[in-house]
Design a protein around this ligand. Structure first.
Ligand SMILES: *Cc1c(COP(=O)(O)O)cnc(C)c1O
Length: 398
């Protein structure tokens, strides 16, 4: 029996304190906004950072912190770096938080033209508004990048995405990290397409990695969240403070779903890569397919760079069919096995038409200059039996 001195009404209100017997085998979801102090002294020590402990879930909680540390350990695996991670409410909030932590008004971000659409919009519509400028350039042109870094001393951050969406163009991460260091510029890579199973930017000299964990890291399409991973202690406090004050924290439930997904990450990435290779090979021989963008194909223009920095080639590919916009849309409508969903990295195969979805708001000339024509189709190849995926494509291409 609980305390007999309080009324039954109060008993309803009071939390019955958990009496631990043995520790849970699986990570529990901490559905609590705050943490209780045993006494005032403990509270003061935690608030002043003298002892560690949780205070309020916007600053992190045991579920969230366990998963962010696991992601940091995966990105830093084998590097000897002591990486830290912060889960965020989405991939976009990971990007905005890392930028606002590191870049001030009047400073400039150097990046590529073919970023994830949301990131380009964030830079142009939100960051520009707060005085943070962006220069878009071709990051595969080393001399041009070095010239910009040398002549524009306002560049604070070099922000990269490789392979790029949906063309699979790769940027040499070691070269970029080396150049950025030479000019005192911070580097950040969006590693969503690869996951640390395939590519580890920190091992190549990059300062920060961000992910939309919504995609492969969760893998099952049932949460929206992101993560920021860094290793330089110099920036840690600033990133944490920005996250805490912007309130871009993840919630315990979504963190828990990522934790579930992570257990099969290595298995999934292997199967995604094997299936994508088989699909790319099939498509490259099809008479109605003009071009296949998959880094695993030996004749892909970025095969060499990809082989150097990626352990597998991943599950993302795009291909261009010979036909009008109407014919291409009709073909996609004929696909019955693959799902028409505007995301990627789920266990099932997803098909997307960039020109009428992810790149709808991008100027046609600019989109075509980046290889995103009306005939281009993007596939996020899943982990099903690959014959079912190929069969679906075969039917649709007829
Ligand atoms: C989806 C995605 C994002 C944005 O992530 P959200 O979780 O949707 O906010 C950023 N970068 C890449 C490469 C993505 O695929």
């Amino acid at each position: 029996m609980s305390s007999p001195k309080i009324s039954i009404d109060s008993l309803c209100v009071k939390e019955l304190k958990e009496k631990r017997t043995t520790s849970p085998h699986q990570l529990p979801i901490y559905a609590t906004s705050s943490f209780e102090f045993e006494n005032m002294e403990q509270g003061i020590d935690i608030f002043t950072g003298k002892t560690s402990g949780h205070v309020y879930s916007r600053y992190g909680n045991p579920t969230i912190d366990t998963v962010s540390q696991k992601l940091a350990d995966l990105e830093a695996f084998g590097t000897g770096l002591n990486a830290y991670g912060y889960l965020t409410s989405s991939g976009m909030s990971a990007i905005s938080t890392v930028i606002l932590s590191l870049v001030k008004s009047g400073e400039t971000i150097l990046t590529q033209g073919d970023l994830y659409g949301g990131t380009t919009e964030l830079l142009l519509k939100v960051m520009a508004h707060s005085g943070i400028k962006t220069i878009f350039t071709d990051l595969t042109a080393l001399d041009q990048v070095e010239y910009l870094l040398q002549t524009n001393r306002n560049i604070r951050l070099l922000y990269l995405e490789t392979p790029a969406n949906p063309t699979m163009k790769c940027i040499d991460l070691s070269q970029m990290a080396r150049l950025a260091k030479k000019y005192g510029v911070i580097t950040c890579v969006d590693n969503t397409f690869c996951t640390p199973i395939i590519q580890q930017p920190l091992a190549l000299g990059v300062d920060f990695v961000i992910h939309s964990t919504t995609k492969y890291l969760n893998g099952h399409g049932n949460s929206i969240s992101g993560v920021i991973i860094g290793h330089d202690e110099k920036y840690k406090k600033q990133v944490w403070t920005t996250l805490k004050l912007l309130g871009s924290t993840c919630n315990a439930w979504d963190a828990w779903l990522i934790n579930n997904g992570l257990k099969t990450l290595a298995l999934r990435m292997k199967k995604h890569s094997e299936n994508a290779m088989a699909v790319a090979t099939y498509l490259s021989k099809h008479p109605k397919v003009i071009n296949v963008n998959y880094n695993g194909l030996p004749d892909h223009p970025y095969h060499e760079v990809a082989s150097r920095q990626m352990k597998q080639f991943g599950g993302m590919l795009s291909f261009e069919v010979d036909g009008s916009l109407t014919q291409v849309l009709k073909m996609i409508n004929k696909m019955k096995f693959c799902s028409m969903a505007p995301t990627l990295g789920d266990v099932d195969t997803l098909v997307l038409h960039p020109a009428t979805s992810s790149h709808l708001n991008v100027d046609k000339a600019q989109r075509e200059a980046n290889g995103i024509t009306d005939g281009l189709i993007r596939l996020s190849v899943g982990i099903e039996d690959v014959d079912d995926i190929i069969h679906d494509l075969e039917n649709a291409l007829k």
